[in-house]
Unconditional design. Sequence first.
Length: 388
Amino acid sequence: MNKLISEVKKSFGELLGCDPEVAVRAPGRVNLIGEHTDYNDGFVMPVAIDRFIAMAASKSEGEEVELHSLDYTSSVRFPISHIEYDHQNLWSNYFKGVAYLLRQDGYKIGGCRVVLKGDIPQGAGLSSSAALEVASALTLKSLFALPLPDKKMIKLCQKAENEFVGVRCGIMDQFVSCLARQGSALFLDCRELSYGHIPFSDEFRVMICNTMVRRELASSQYNIRRGECEEGVRLLAQKLPGIKALRDVSLDEFLQHQHLLPQVVAKRCRHVIKENKRVLEGTEMLKKGDMHGFGRLMHLSHYSLKEDYEVSCPELNCMVELAESTKGVVGARMTGAGFGGCTVNIVHRDRAEAAQRSISSRYKKEMGVAPEIYLSTPAEGALKGVFL
């Protein structure tokens, strides 16, 4: 059983004097390729990582919800019938948002006591927020035997972040946290919500390099980029009636009509349209075990995010350049919203620890700060990680 599960179960007993009825865990994720495509109805290819949010919980008498965060050494109590945004304990709003929307949808949930802890780095773009939402939904589903289908739960978690927390994220993060499979990447069509598990060669590891730059601009710039993509669709629809998102525009169509767009909007659209194409090509490469070919696509993705989408930063560019000059690394790029956070790399398993040491040492010399570097294999999603 996962170490975090053991910790929250033990802490539950120490804090509350009884054993929990339910324990769950939900993983963070890193996106191998397909950046800023999800909210354009496009394609993505994330993997779950072996970092998690874990919760232990039991029902309680009455209508009060009691949340205890071991990471923040903080507790929050609120009546389930009156859920309000908490401006002081921001971590609690992910659970609150899920509970609020479940009640709005007519699900019967009552009082409960919950202890939670995570080891997903925060502010690094590894989706600790989505993992917290998914763990919250699974906890409430398990405690109160809710008839909540998988995809409905995923959409509800996304809606909680969009409407209660106030971040306009796409659906990728919640989807992979729920439905990832160990040893596989997850190909997701963000419009149709169809998906497939693509084998990830056991000869390689996923290496996540945290630049230690907090993503200060990510939220505001994320919403600006969304608006620029939507403007591109509006203008292209004059010549391509019926398109609803950039997903509907082929590269040839874009090249034919890009003159209709302001220069900045054209750059944003070019990235998204080419990135969708790279995800489809990358899927075929992973199926064939062509990790070097996949790595070349990662390089092109980073260059596009840097030049066309303009969401990189000097630290991310430095980290990618260091990785690409390191033995055993076959692919490197920034991942997540941008302006800091992490890069994702694919490295041969026999070279992984040496690459980790080399990149860490050289990045510290270049940037004056020691990075955090994690090695992971593709992990199992939350729906198979429920412990009763």
